[in-house]
Write a protein that binds this ligand. Structure first.
Ligand code: ADP
Ligand code: MG
Length: 735
């Protein structure tokens, strides 16, 4: 069928409301309408859908759109019906998958047979069903569109075996032009797809994969959580996606962000459909700024103003990475792509591969090696990525990735690589990276000693550098294919043929001075917990401290409350270190709960802001991270039990602690600003008159919250009674 340029533009406008085509959409569409096969390589957000949607509306018959995600089909069909303003838009597009009821299927069939439907979305497993094949045989097919076509290839990052049967089914149903579309084709995947679909003669439409507005950065993953919180706080109000590999991590990180005042929602396949949809909606409607997700999130998500994509865990392949980072800055605006990387994560991913078929392992290993090589490279990241997709990027410096902005040093590593190889050979290729690196660096530990390797002639030949350096040399040897790693055999390092050639006839090899990527992980939340809190002995700005004490004493007189009830000394000291200027920041100071911040904080932050401004003070940019574990399980249990008026003795028994320990915990709860009501227990444990005396003492006489002082001043009261009333007092007055 032929269609004029004017007609096509008119249809674009009437059906979709767009004034012009994007990139090479028009060429692709004209080609398809003309009856040719098309293979479309276009980055995420490029506008692939339109390449089959518009022709489907122009051509006689119905187009079959094969798409992998059942969940997205409904969205796409709804969006299309929304777009296409015709009287029978309800019939114009349908989807066929396992989620439909019998009646719904009948409706779809009726529309198809009546020729009312122009686009039918099908999941590959529904397409191959016999009854569907039989039905589709009876209608006129305009063409087949295979979206996310990389799912066909084992080398793609999202291989789906069902995709392999598409070709066979299509020939059963009947011949029609084919358009295959993908955003993630390396040359290898590309050839796989074409061969598999029998469309090697198709015209290939390849757009540039360069996304000039995206900024790429790889960071060492040693303090990732803190850095993420800091980054998000510096980018307040912007939308972003954080990818994690496991559901558990998604949950944890989302919670941590929320505890730190960031509106984040989790998204992963383990959540029920309603929660998932609600969380996704919150993100799209900007009720939440951040979505923390597994890679299950994002396919087909079309939010144009995602400003950052963070990979908390290293992705499994560069294709996945490119697809996911591609969701940033679709509107052409800012898009920061930050990946946290360490070797432990790579090892974890390698472990997942153990026991899988060798061919799959080989593929997975190579894909991962490409990631390692990308992460550790000192080259322009844009250049590496584009090269990976078979595209040449002519410049050497893109000016928009960490390597171009902060170049890393290089050195000739010939000698170092030879040491490594000599050691590998002398140890008969029987050891792993860390062990080899330890021997070269001359690190003697029990493992080394158990092999007597501290007496090895090469022990310590490279002791001018540490284990990390040597491990990096080995990793770069892997990337250069001089070395190989046997994943099934615990990652033993061997030498490849290419490596043997180098060993026999060495030549210069440029290695990168590592920006230190840690071997470990920040999973262990200790990195947050153990960081010394300001104020833990530290002293702050003495002038500010004096001012704050004055503010406190004024306030104390005004409110007729003892100063220490308002803010304790350690709280004020923290303020004199952290210079908080918002209630939110104030909340990060020791002993300042939300309640206290709200109740008494206003005056303090006002004074601090003025002080900061007048004295040109650079506030510490290191953001205090509130840990989820702050309210440890025990504390939460105690708070809940007290809410349920559980006798203290029972709480002690349940948590295996004595009364003193319980009171310590409760004091720490109220001191950090949480309000609890323990009257039910005080009524049982303390005489009412005593209670009032002690309460009045704290309210009117006490000079501090010191228990010792109170015991001394009050004379002969039981310590437990005093403590209980003091808790009541702090909770009621302070919080
Ligand atoms: P892809 O599948 O390639 O990732 P989509 O088909 O989802 O991309 O399209 C991305 C966005 O671009 C969508 O919001 C779509 O409406 C928009 N778009 C597509 N074609 C055009 C066009 N010609 N003019 C304006 N916007 C377009
Ligand atoms: Mg798409």
């Amino acid at each position: 069928m032929a269609i004029t340029r004017e007609e096509l533009h008119a249809k674009l406008k009437t059906f979709f409301g767009f004034d012009s085509f994007k990139g090479n959409q028009e060429e692709i569409i004209t080609h398809l309408i003309g009856g040719g096969d098309a293979f479309v390589l276009m980055p995420t957000g490029g506008g692939k859908s339109l390449c089959y949607q518009l022709p489907a509306l122009c051509l006689p018959g119905c187009a079959i759109v094969i798409s992998p995600l059942i969940a997205l089909m409904k969205n796409q069909v709804d969006a299309l019906r929304e777009f296409v303003h015709t009287e029978d838009s309800a019939h114009i597009a349908h989807f066929l998958n396992s989620s439909l009821s019998k009646t719904q299927i009948q409706q779809v069939r009726a529309d198809l047979t009546a020729g009312r439907t122009k686009l039918l979305y099908v999941a590959p497993e529904s397409l191959t069903k016999e009854e569907n094949v039989a039905m589709l045989k009876t209608i006129k097919i305009s063409f087949y569109a295979i979206d996310e076509a990389h799912c066909i290839s084992e080398w793609g990052h999202d291989f789906r075996p069902e995709y392999r049967r598409i070709n066979e089914t299509v020939s059963q149903i009947g011949k029609a032009p084919i358009i295959a579309l993908t955003a993630t084709a390396t040359p290898k995947v590309q050839s796989d797809i074409q061969k598999n679909l029998g469309m090697t003669g198709a015209r290939v439409f390849k757009s540039s994969f360069n996304r000039p507005n995206l900024y790429y950065e790889i960071r060492d993953k040693s303090d990732a959580k803190r850095e993420i919180i800091k980054f998000i706080k510096e980018n307040k109000g912007k939308s972003g996606i954080i990818y994690c590999l496991s559901r558990k991590k998604v949950e944890e990180l989302a919670e941590l962000l929320n505890v730190n005042g960031i509106k984040a929602r989790p998204y992963h396949a383990g959540l029920d459909a309603a929660t998932r949809a609600a969380n996704q909606d919150d993100f799209l409607m900007e009720r939440a700024d951040v979505i923390v997700a597994t890679i299950a999130f994002g396919m087909g998500i079309d939010k144009p103003d995602v400003r950052f994509v963070i990979h908390y865990d290293v992705p499994k392949s560069l294709e996945g990475y490119y697809q996911e980072t591609g969701r940033a800055g679709r509107d052409g605006g800012e898009g920061k792509c930050i990946t946290f990387y360490n070797h432990k994560d790579i090892q974890k991913l390698e472990k997942f591969m153990q026991g899988k078929p060798i061919s799959e392992q080989e593929i997975g290993k190579q894909l991962l090696l490409d990631v390692v090589s990308y992460a550790e490279s000192n080259q322009c990241r844009r250049k590496i990525l584009l090269n990976y997709f078979g595209e040449d990027y002519p410049q050497d410096n893109c000016g928009c990735c960490d390597n171009c902005i902060h170049p890393k040093e290089q050195f000739d590593g010939q000698r170092q690589m030879l040491y490594v190889m000599e050691l590998i050979l002398s140890l008969k290729e029987n050891f792993k990276t860390e062990h080899l690196a330890d021997v070269l660096a001359g690190v003697s530990n029990s493992l080394i000693k158990s092999y007597n390797h501290h007496k090895h002639p090469l022990f310590g030949v490279g002791k001018d550098r540490d284990t990390r350096f040597w491990a990096a040399v080995i990793r770069q040897g892997l990337v250069l294919h001089l070395l190989d790693k046997d994943i099934d055999k615990y990652g033993l390092i061997t030498i490849t043929d290419k490596g043997m050639d180098f060993y026999k006839k060495p030549y210069p090899i440029m290695l990168t001075e590592q920006r230190s990527f840690t071997e470990c992980d920040d999973d262990d939340d200790e990195s947050i917990v153990t960081r010394p809190k300001p104020g833990a002995g530290g002293s702050g700005d003495p002038i500010l401290l004096a001012i704050l004490k004055q503010v406190r004493s004024d306030l104390s007189r005004k409110l007729n409350l003892p100063p220490w009830v308002i803010f304790s000394d350690p709280s004020l000291e923290d303020m004199a270190i952290l210079y908080p200027v918002t209630l939110e920041e104030l909340h990060h100071c020791q002993g300042v709960g939300e309640g206290k911040a709200r109740k008494f904080g206003g005056e303090f932050i006002k004074v601090i802001s003025r002080y900061v401004e007048e004295n040109d003070i650079l506030r510490p940019d290191d953001i205090m991270v509130r840990n989820v574990a702050n309210k440890s399980g025990v504390k939460i249990f105690i708070i809940q039990s007290i809410d349920r008026k559980m006798p203290f003795e029972d709480i002690c028994r349940a948590k295996d602690m004595d009364m003193n320990e319980l009171l310590d915990e409760i004091e720490s709860i109220v001191n950090s600003g949480t309000r609890i009501n323990i009257d039910y227990y005080i009524h049982r444990a303390v005489d009412m008159d005593d209670m009032e005396d002690i309460y009045t003492y704290f309210k009117e006489e006490a000079h501090s919250d010191s228990l010792d002082e109170a015991m001394r001043d009050l004379g002969d009261y039981d310590e437990m009674e005093v403590r209980l009333v003091r808790i009541k007092f702090i909770s009621e007055i302070g919080n």
